[in-house]
Write a protein that binds this ligand. Structure first.
Ligand code: HMG
Ligand code: MG
Length: 303
């Protein structure tokens, strides 16, 4: 446990990863209010939306309205997904602080998610990365299926290292090691992180764990043990990827904050305010929060 970092940076991906799979349209005003509540709770990074085809992901079609509607807070980084130049050019008008290109360690998932091979995806991303850097916008690369793929099964760490190397080669500044379908367990997740460490240092790697099999907190601890201090999570545990059948939400931000604070690790996040943010969106969606911590704290409040 020597490497456990004293503080952690959480990127809440709820407005994007969390809501992208919702069948009923969530009004832009609700998404904006969610972002406002997250930043008020102390989140310093928020993944707001994506500039993808509205035919593929209708829920993100209001990207401009959401980005334009946010009252930005100093010191908060607002990131957005851009799969190609068309998406990047659309995003540019909304001045994101960071864009995210997203690829996969699995060929089959790359095809299903972004309709091209891994090699083609890197060709598409290269001009996006170059244009973003030239415009002074930071660049992150999301790497899906770094542990397992819904179509190919187990993914070898070498495949993760290969993708990380390609991302590095085109100028991506930091990467997310994603367990898209939440099948990972601690040692497998560590192997994916170690493969990524061949191309990115520890400060430029974040963990992105979906909680489908209930392993995400264990995997977070396993990543902390390696010294990883950036994590993505989703308020109220919202979410799922439309191209990963059965994949549930990201690990809930409330649950990660509770874990971290309990270990004496600073996050700068006010857990009570975060629980309120989660309750706001859960009320809107008409279902209980996916966060165990939020449910426990809400019950305690009533007591
Ligand atoms: P394509 O069909 O191969 O693209 O889709 P195309 O260039 O051939 O264009 C086809 C049509 O899409 C055209 O419109 C384009 O204008 C339009 P039409 O002429 O038919 O009317 N188009 C776009 N429209 C808006 N924005 C764009 C854009 N690009 C083309 N940027 C594409 C390729 C990537 C666009 C498509 O496959 C797509 O949108 N996929 C959605 C992928 C997605 O959003 N997945 C979920 C996010 S990733 C995720 O959740 C994983 C992550 O959380 C990590 C993890 O957990 O693993 C990050
Ligand atoms: Mg995801």
């Amino acid at each position: 446990m020597n490497h456990i970092p004293p503080q952690v940076r959480l990127i809440d991906v709820g407005p994007r990863d969390g809501l992208q799979n919702e069948k009923q349209p969530v009004p832009a005003a609700v998404k904006i209010e969610l972002v406002h509540r997250l930043q008020a709770a102390g989140l310093k990074e928020i993944e707001v939306t994506s500039y993808v085809s509205p035919k593929w992901v209708p829920q993100m079609a209001d990207n401009h309205a959401v980005m334009q509607g946010i009252a930005r807070q100093g010191g908060v980084r607002y990131s957005v997904l851009t799969p190609n130049l068309k998406g990047f050019e659309a995003a540019l008008a909304d001045r994101p602080d960071e864009i995210v290109v997203f690829g996969a360690a699995s060929e089959a998932f790359s095809q299903k998610n972004i309709n091209c091979s891994i090699a083609e995806s890197i060709e598409r991303f290269a001009p996006v990365v170059a244009a973003a850097l030239a415009a002074g916008i930071a660049v992150r690369g999301a790497m899906s299926c770094t542990v397992g793929c819904p179509y190919e099964g187990d993914i070898a760490p070498e495949r993760v290292a290969y993708l990380a190397g390609l991302m590095r080669g085109i100028g991506v500044q930091r990467v997310d090691v994603a367990d898209t379908i939440g099948v990972g367990t601690p040692r497998k997740v560590q192997a994916a992180l170690e493969a990524t460490l061949k191309h990115f240092d520890i400060d430029h790697i974040s963990g992105h764990f979906h909680d489908t099999y209930g392993q995400a907190l264990s995997n977070t601890l396993a990543a902390l043990e390696l010294g990883v201090w950036n994590f993505q999570s989703s308020v109220a545990g919202l979410g799922g990827c439309p191209y990963a059948k059965g994949a549930t939400g990201n690990v809930a931000t409330e649950d990660v904050v509770y874990l971290l604070h309990g270990m004496g690790i600073e996050t700068g996040i006010d857990l009570d305010a975060l629980v309120d943010a989660g309750q706001f969106i859960s009320d809107h969606l008409g279902r209980p929060s996916g966060s165990r911590v939020a449910r426990a704290l809400l019950t305690k409040r009533q007591g």
